[in-house]
Write a protein that binds this ligand. Sequence first.
Ligand code: DON
Length: 328
Amino acid sequence: MPDPVAVADEERDEWVRQVVEQLYREYAPIAEGAPADYIPELANVEADRFAISVATTGGRQLAVGDRHHPFTIQSISKLLLYGLALETHGRDRVMQRVGVAPTGDSFNAIVLDEDDNRAPNPMVNAGAIAVTDLVVGDDLGARVEVVRALYERYLGRLPELDHEVWSSERETGNRNRAIAYLMLSRGIVDDRVEETLDLYFAQCSVLVTCDDLALIGATLANHGVHPSTGRQVVAPEVVRDMLSVALTCGMYDYAGEWVFTVGIPAKSGVGGGILGVLPGVGGLATFSPRLDEYGNSVRGVKVFEELSARFDLHLFDPDRPWRQAPPA
Ligand code: DON
């Protein structure tokens, strides 16, 4: 195996490309798991779509498979909205409503932190809805535009929403409604609950591609500076907080196993995406809508496990070479 520190960018890219293509071929036949169907419209996605995308902080990107195929971002939005809340309101105000403790419960558990009277963490639905409640604006339309503008900074374009998925979740999202009204009864969210739920469903229905997710990852890996636009999308101290909760809570009740085996701050969504961040190095993303019992993409988890092992990507890997700059 070549020494990743000693090789030039082109050689390294070629090496990564070969491994990524090999994993794509190896995992494409996996038919375990199924697309989410608790949001009826999500059951209509093409289950066997598959993409892997890698973007570096230096602006290089490579990908295989359906890299441009749009899908709904779903829970990966929770990470970006958490960053927005921290930037807009500061840590103290956000921490009053939402803690940072991993739950070990499912992402849609109806659980609050009874002692502190707040949602457990921003990566589960309760915490995410409490965070969405913090989006400023006089009405739904204005608040949707704030969220779209946030995405524009990360994506380099204003995103489209999947309106079928949005209305499908609005019509069937009673569990999220229950969570939101429980939080209203405890004074954790304001009384515009239906509007905030609608906004939350909208932020989840934003269409992205696997390449987009890798670039978002690269931006977070690059202290919040977008590798292509050069724009400071989010402040470095906010990125630190975002990545901390991604590492401990981003994969729901699989988070412990994920940190242990993969060791990459990451966030998954029931649309089939997983976004991973290699601080100082780049973003990694997968898209495959067949989900496991935790709501994480089956092929995606396998790709991350294998890439982490092959390239020593675990944050605490003693040999983690990718952290260092290649020699001049
Ligand atoms: O609120 C929901 O249930 C969905 N809009 C998002 C859930 C999600 O993506 C959880 N991910 N694994």
